[in-house]
Design a protein around this ligand. Structure first.
Ligand code: CA
Length: 125
């Protein structure tokens, strides 16, 4: 009896360790949850909300001329550059407008207010 109870507790602990960390800060459609399968080295990960929350998108080739078709246009609030490249984010499509440049491996849990919810395109720079 004691042994079974211990196994049950162990399984519960494993389940908690396995599932708790991948839950997003806010509910997001399953297709847009950046768990360890998407949020990993080698990709750019952008998030709708600050603190890496809400919906997200990930790119292994981080350049995109017009975010209008991704549902993330003028809405990115935090990001992780998990690539070895310097990247530029622009307030307008096709790499136009104000520029926010970040270096390789930089993470921003809260991008500067002047570009928050403004990004419309990005590229290597
Ligand atoms: Ca946002």
């Amino acid at each position: 009896m004691t042994r079974f109870r211990r196994i049950g507790l162990t399984l519960a602990a494993v389940a908690a360790l396995t599932f708790t960390p991948v839950l997003p800060a806010q509910a997001a459609p399953t297709a847009y949850q950046c768990d360890a399968g998407r949020d990993k080295d080698g990709v750019l990960v952008v998030f709708r909300d600050r603190d890496y929350g809400g919906e997200c998108r990930a790119w292994s080739d981080p350049r995109y001329g017009d975010l209008a078709w991704t549902g993330m246009n003028d809405d990115i609030s935090s990001l992780k550059n998990r690539t070895p490249y310097t990247l530029c984010f622009y307030s307008e499509a096709n790499n136009q407008g104000a520029v926010f440049q970040i270096h390789a491996w930089e993470w921003w849990y809260n991008i500067p207010s002047w570009i928050d919810n403004q990004i419309s395109s990005f590229d290597y720079c």
